[in-house]
Design a protein around this ligand. Sequence first.
Ligand code: AMP
Length: 304
Amino acid sequence: MGIVVVGTVAFDTVETPFGRGENVLGGSATYFSTSASFFSDVSLVAVVGEDFPEEHVSFLQSRNVDTAGLQRIPGKTFHWSGRYGYDLNEAQTLDTQLNVLMDFKPELPESYRDAEYLFLANIDPDLQMQVLEQVRKPKLVACDTMNFWISSKPEALKKVLQKVDIVVINEGEARQFTGEANLVKAARQIIALGCKRLVVKRGEYGVLMFTADSVFAAPAYPLEEVFDPTGAGDTFAGGFMGYLANTGDLSEEGLRQAIVFGSVMASFNVEDFSLNRMKRLQYSEIQARYSSFKALTNFRDISI
Ligand code: AMP
């Protein structure tokens, strides 16, 4: 079986210099699973409230996402409000309403427990740990988080980071978590916790992938139109994990290719609000942009 992901399925209210979306579909697990679904089977673990429209669930199902682990419980769906200025790299959180997330007890369907790939998307680290404990023998576990959880649950988060193979976080969050301004030193500290790799997302500056003794850099695709960066990180992670689950190739080369697939997926997501661009994305467009990506950074070997 493919990937199991736990994360938020949310209503977002987002303002960017180019427009505003109120109570639109969002959430770390929504973006992740939609993106990963272009490459692999995905099984979702999440919670929504009674106010969550069935059409959003149908959309995930139309992408072949297994929603057996999506609970609907009394109360309101998780809601995040954020704003971006002209520097689209950094979201300013205006409000976070956990709502049903506070009563969520993830219970994995039996069919999920033998998953080979597990992604602990941005959500309460205690919930990430509960899901991790229910998957029997994953081949690869990766996780994400954000400033909200770094500030409110640092100890629980540290325990999660010690148990995963790959940590995927924003550059600002790597600095916040370690208290280290230099990114290379911050990466070293996070890797020293026990994970094998750290993937640092740097918005329009691309991605860095660190191991204890190597670093790989990929740019972000230079786009003319960026409307809404919300979900770029989760969409990146979905492409990254989706590609790995598809090929099973966990070599350095395979991981580098996965970084580029992740970057390609994120580059599409920011072209429109919410998941609108992902809803009309075709696989042929992904292939074409992957080739443009390759051309972007291809240069001759040294010749003097
Ligand atoms: P990103 O990929 O970092 O832009 O993630 C954006 C998504 O994260 C939004 O759709 C939000 O619903 C979701 N989100 C915001 N705050 C949190 C939080 N504290 N925990 C989990 N998910 C969140």
